[in-house]
Design a protein around this ligand. Sequence first.
Ligand code: F0G
Length: 347
Amino acid sequence: MGVLARYRERLPVTEHTPMVDLREGSTPLVPSRNIGPALGLERLYFKYEGLNPTGSFKDRGMVVAVAKAMEEGARVLVCASTGNTSASAAAYAASQRLRAIVVVPDGKIALNKLAQALMYGAKVVQIKGNFDAALSTVRDLAEHYPVALVNSVNPYRLEGQKTAAFEIVEELGEAPDYLMLPVGNAGNITAYWKGFKEELAAGHSRQLPRMVGAQAEGAAPIVRGRPVEKPKTVASAIEIGNPASWEGATSARDESGGAIEAVSDTEILQAQIRLASSEGLFAEPASVAPLALLVRLVQEGRIQRDSTTVIVLTGSGLKDPEAALANVEPPIQLDGDARSLAKALKL
Ligand code: F0G
């Protein structure tokens, strides 16, 4: 069952809303086997959003945005994207036979995200400049032409994305002490915070989590307190200099007593390998920024050992093989039999 059916009572679903559905949501909350114990944390979990149908958390919000756009009569969807939103918009458009136009910063999105958008049949437009320029272009387009904007400035996106908080509370029996996630355009941290507040109000949880966001050092406008003109990071998904939901992010941080901090590209790539090789979970660079931050918070004694922490792994590692492959040993080349294989492996 997809997000609209599972949470119909808690979403803006009317009798006229088409039940768009790619079986998104209901992703696993995987307990850490090795990193948590190594850091001395008793309860660390990964919310594995890479298992959504297009490989990222975007599907949760996209399904609601697309359904509402259709309800309002739209036939053309448009978005700007660092890659994942474009893949998601393109997939839902395909399933509903709508047109999708996706505008991406030229040369700055991971190869497999581009492959997805093209395979799902979207019209892909690469523009010079960064994500922020692409977003301002599509906002302008949507103001003047009959197209539905499905970026996270569309409130239906955040409605859908808040359901991940519902799932976490349902599984743990209450909200965690810390919810950690990457921050790019800042829609997701805004959506989770809304979701947790709704869970508290509904009596499903007795507490709210501290919201802890991670940005990349080269693209950390919220940490620095001012827009970054030329954002640059290996975590291309969050290479954003002027987040649209800036205020949502700082409210979540401040109301929850949380934090938003920056980690370096080196820390991100180390965290990516550590997660894959010690947990069997492969997440894209943006997704592991909060793990890099967690390592630092533990070192600084800022997280209690008996607390419950959930890290949101926002996108699959399969999205961006190039970023990952640059940091691992290449395969062994061999032309020979078992004996020479054994020798090469020092068995
Ligand atoms: N993680 C991944 C894998 C993402 O793709 C994004 C955003 C984020 C984290 C940050 O989420 O923007 O809500 O703060 N990707 C957008 C896109 C910008 O176009 O796919 P956010």
